[in-house]
Design a protein around this ligand. Structure first.
Ligand code: PGA
Length: 257
């Protein structure tokens, strides 16, 4: 695990974008795992800029999103389908058929989850997975207590997550109770992980993830077992960490492996 501490949100966004760009230039048919939430927005903005100004080519990329609310249509403005379309897909040259977001309206959710896992496997697995982290230590919608070997499935959202996400909905009761989410085990099979955190509100979760015990009470702590994870955080998100960490991945090539 390489922990990178930067001064600002723009810098963590750029740092993450540079890693994605590097991997994409090396492998044009990259399989990219994507996340929603406020944290990856800056990364997506930077990737869009790289596409428009520097010709970064997404035409052969395949994407798989981490999660989606159960019961929201793809056109709902709080669905993760909508989020991805508005914040990334419509601004880059990725064919729609190469993007995958879990289907929150699936009639047979279990069958859908199996299909989603099989689709990832068919493409040789996820090369680079982007992750945010919840204030409670969740990754995707794997809430505290999630099995560390879990696969794509339905999870019940915790009250804390529903309160955290209520800011995006008209009323708190509109926040769905369930979501389809890649499992912790699914995420761990990605070849590289990029975990992003911004703001002091994530400091405790980042400490638990990076330096705490490996526990399902902080699903993000599983990244300690991953062979190639970048944790890219702002100084305030890193404020509860005890270790000393570098400021960029390019000067840390030996740590990168
Ligand atoms: P945020 O959410 O990026 O909106 O803070 C992250 C998460 O809950 O995983």
């Amino acid at each position: 695990m390489l922990v990178i501490v930067k001064d600002s949100y723009d810098e963590i966004s750029r740092e993450a974008a540079q890693i994605v760009e590097d991997r994409l230039r090396r492998k044009p048919n990259l399989v990219l795992g994507l996340a929603t939430g406020s944290t990856p927005l800056g990364l997506y903005r930077e990737l869009i800029r790289m596409h428009k100004e520097e010709g970064l080519d997404f035409s052969r990329v395949t994407t798989f999103n981490l999660d989606e609310y159960v019961g929201l249509r793809p056109g709902h403005d709080q669905s993760y389908h909508y989020f991805m379309r508005e914040n990334l897909f419509k601004h880059i040259n990725i064919p729609e058929g190469q993007t995958h977001v879990p289907d929150g309206m699936a009639g047979d959710i279990d069958a859908f989850c199996d299909w989603y896992e099989a689709e990832i496997a068919k493409r040789g697995g996820i090369d680079v997975q982007i992750l945010g982290i919840g204030a409670n230590g969740h990754i995707a919608f794997n809430e505290p207590g999630s099995s560390l070997g879990s696969r794509t499935r339905v999870k019940t959202l915790t009250d804390m997550t529903r309160v955290d996400n209520a800011r995006f909905f008209a009323t708190a009761t509109d926040v769905p109770k369930y979501a389809i989410t890649m499992g912790v085990g699914t995420i761990m099979e990605a070849k590289e992980l990029i975990l992003l955190a911004n703001g002091a509100g994530k400091a405790d979760a980042i400490r638990a993830a990076v330096e705490g015990p490996l526990t399902c009470q902080c699903p993000a702590s599983v990244v300690q077992l991953h062979r190639k994870t970048f944790v890219i955080v702002t100084r305030d998100s890193a404020s509860a960490l005890n270790g000393r960490y570098p400021g960029t991945w390019k000067s840390s090539i030996s740590l990168e492996r």
